[in-house]
Design a protein around this ligand. Structure first.
Ligand SMILES: Cc1ncc(COP(=O)(O)O)c(C=O)c1O
Length: 388
């Protein structure tokens, strides 16, 4: 009987599938998956429609991405971070950040290399590392503030890693790495000759005074960092799956070599629309933050009404909520209870940890608040029943 490869033998169906089904079955408000329930900006959609209709964009795009989108990615990095990116040789357009991260790992990591992964992590990192025949090294963020322990980080660097994957603003904790934290990471990377894959898909999703600092902008880091981002979050268009990787051309060349044999080229009309979107005026990005500031307030009010505790996220549209005052059980049990009995679906964080570290978030579940204000108000009403 033919069987599947050992490489994928440990990859189960993601928890998102189970929770989505459960949420549907029990008619729960679904705050599980990080997928906005509202649309992308109409003018951005119109640019996609025009690109579909103009007869110029319905065949393969250039493999590395359209010149217009690569230029827009470079201009965006110059506008927001004063980074000087070579649009021709320093940018690759990928099928979402997900492909960008995989292409970066395949292009920059050899079999047997070690890759530092900060827990809780985005769920594709570890399967990507395993598919590259590399070895993950885990360093946890510690609740309730979701910060690194410098000694644990140093100990991981002592194990001679090749690459560190850094996600800031961080899903699922909402932590935005500070200049001080990034400086420590950068110093260790330089000392141990480590490359960084920086996943910055939430770069525009910031609250209060939080500032997103690309690690590539720190002294000595540009030549050892590839930065991954995506249109999905910043333009509420997760279904488009248009992402990109930028950095020093020597590193980008490795990413490009892998990318050309994964997807070869990315959806052509969408690249035109994303090029337009990236050049929207600063007002778009300010309004986007204001919209999410309201959603964050509504989310926190809902958690307060249910007696769940949290650290206010500094960025992203996720919040980790501690349920230990109102529910006794594991995160999976709590998630099932909230979905079935309370009518609010969320995600247990086990899949964001190596099994031996899952206890670190043992009383937490993750809520995604990229949902309509009305839904978030209804969540407040439902979570309020938890206390009773
Ligand atoms: C941290 C992080 N990285 C990458 C991605 C994937 O981005 P994309 O949809 O562009 O592949 C996500 C999506 O949720 C994410 O949260």
């Amino acid at each position: 009987m033919p069987t599947s490869a050992h490489r994928v033998a440990t990859f189960g169906t993601t928890i998102f599938t189970e929770i989505n089904m459960l949420a549907q079955q029990y008619n729960a408000l679904n705050l599980g998956q990080g997928k906005p329930d509202f649309d992308a900006p109409p003018d951005v959609i119109m640019h996609m429609v025009q690109a579909l209709q103009d007869g110029q964009h319905n065949q393969y795009a250039p493999g590395p991405g359209t010149p217009s989108l690569r230029r827009a990615v470079a201009d965006h990095a110059a506008r927001f971070y004063s980074l000087d990116i070579d649009a021709a040789r320093g940018v690759i357009v990928t099928a979402g950040a997900t492909e960008g991260i995989f292409a970066a790992i395949l292009g920059l990591v050899d079999p047997g290399d070690k890759v530092i992964t900060i827990e809780p992590f985005y769920d594709s990192y570890v399967p990507n590392i395993i598919m590259a025949n590399a070895i993950p090294l885990y360093v946890p963020l510690h609740p309730p503030t979701w910060t690194l322990d410098a000694d644990e980080l140093r100990a991981a660097f002592e194990q001679k890693p090749r690459v560190l994957i850094l996600n800031t603003p961080h899903n699922p904790s909402g932590h935005v790495f500070t200049h001080e934290e990034l400086t420590l990471i950068a110093e260790l990377c330089i000392e141990h000759d480590v490359t960084v894959i920086a996943d910055e898909v939430y770069e525009h999703l910031l609250f209060d005074n939080a500032q997103h600092i690309p690690i590539a902008s720190l002294p000595g880091m540009f030549e050892r960092t590839v930065t991954v981002s995506s249109a999905g979050k910043m333009f509420s268009a997760t279904g488009w799956k248009v992402g990109w990787v930028y950095g020093h051309p020597d590193l980008i060349e490795g990413v490009a070599r892998a990318h050309q044999f994964i997807t070869f080229a990315v959806h052509h009309p969408a690249q035109e629309a994303v090029a337009y979107a990236l050049s929207l005026p600063d007002a778009y990005f300010k309004d986007f933050q204001a919209m999410y500031a309201t959603k964050r307030e509504l989310m926190m009010a809902a958690l307060d009404s249910g007696g769940l505790t949290y650290t206010a996220p500094e960025g992203t549209y996720f919040i980790m909520a501690n349920y230990s005052d109102v529910f006794d059980g594991t995160p999976v049990e709590c998630t099932r209870y909230l979905t079935k009995e309370i009518g609010v679906a969320c995600i247990p964080p086990e899949t964001f940890y190596a099994p031996e570290h899952a206890h670190i978030a043992q009383d937490y579940v993750r809520f995604a608040f990229c949902k309509s204000d009305d839904m978030l108000r209804e969540v407040k009403g439902r979570l309020g029943r938890l206390r009773k």
